[in-house]
Design a binder for this molecule. Sequence first.
Ligand code: COA
Length: 279
Amino acid sequence: MVRLASTPADFAFCADVCNAVHPDNPVTGEMFAARTTGRFVVHDAGGYAIVDRSSIPGTAFAMVRVHPDARRRGIGSALLEAASSEARELELGRMYGRVAGGDGESLAYVERRGFGETGRDLTVVLDARVGVGEVAEGIVELGDEHLRGAYDVAAECLPEMALPQVAAAPPYEEWLERENDASAVAFVALDGDEVVGYARLCTFSDKRLENGLTAVRRSHRRRGLATALKRAQIAWAAEHGYTEILTSTVAGNEAMRGVNERLGYRPISEEIVVEGPVP
Ligand SMILES: CC(C)(COP(=O)(O)OP(=O)(O)OC[C@H]1O[C@@H](n2cnc3c(N)ncnc32)[C@H](O)[C@@H]1OP(=O)(O)O)[C@@H](O)C(=O)NCCC(=O)NCCS
């Protein structure tokens, strides 16, 4: 049966499926249940889908995951149908999602349903050790007085984040709600009183954090600010007992990849980004 996930057992079930498909990035039911945006659809025979409004205008983010032991029984198609009706309810005409890099079978499946590859997402991880990071001068923990400035930075930078897809910032209140979802801490870079850089860190598990948006105003790039923001995050992570920081970046985002490479993030997986009209 296909239905919306609502109980702790439903979210634990989704996490089990996710972990069977992606053993590299273990998740828990609590993590899924804690999400404040998006909906999980469950198929009791071994799969789930998550559907959410994405930062790409007119486009839903949708992921369908079927346990490897339960494939070729129509579960994925039933979930894709359910995900499509969720997207239509959100009045979105397109959907995008990700397929594991080596999973040719799943790629062929979505291609047969009108989706095409738009790019690659690279997931990299950094060991957060005490003494590696620091909070340099000009970098401070985000306070309420910085929120509007951080939003302006995000609104300027978001279009470049998911290239070749062009993202856009939602209205301020919605942005704030999404930024606070699973947030651990955020830092801003200041030029005088003006916020010119912004970087959010989210909780992934009790040992692992995940980078949220990292953004620096165009006028202030190539001055080491993104690196300084991320070094502040590394210091914070190590101080708070976390050992790893994970992040995913589209292959086309050379700037972010360059920053991460220099900081010592190492690749763990590659996913294919697929997009198409809601079937
Ligand atoms: C990614 C981003 C945050 C980098 O900010 P930044 O402050 O300019 O980065 P830094 O100055 O700390 O860069 C440090 C190093 O990273 C690499 N790097 C940075 N920008 C690069 C670019 N455009 N191309 C290639 N390498 C780049 C370089 O090695 C650079 O050192 P160098 O300038 O001495 O050569 C900024 O380009 C941005 O806001 N982009 C839009 C938002 C976005 O896509 N965020 C990432 C997704 S969350």
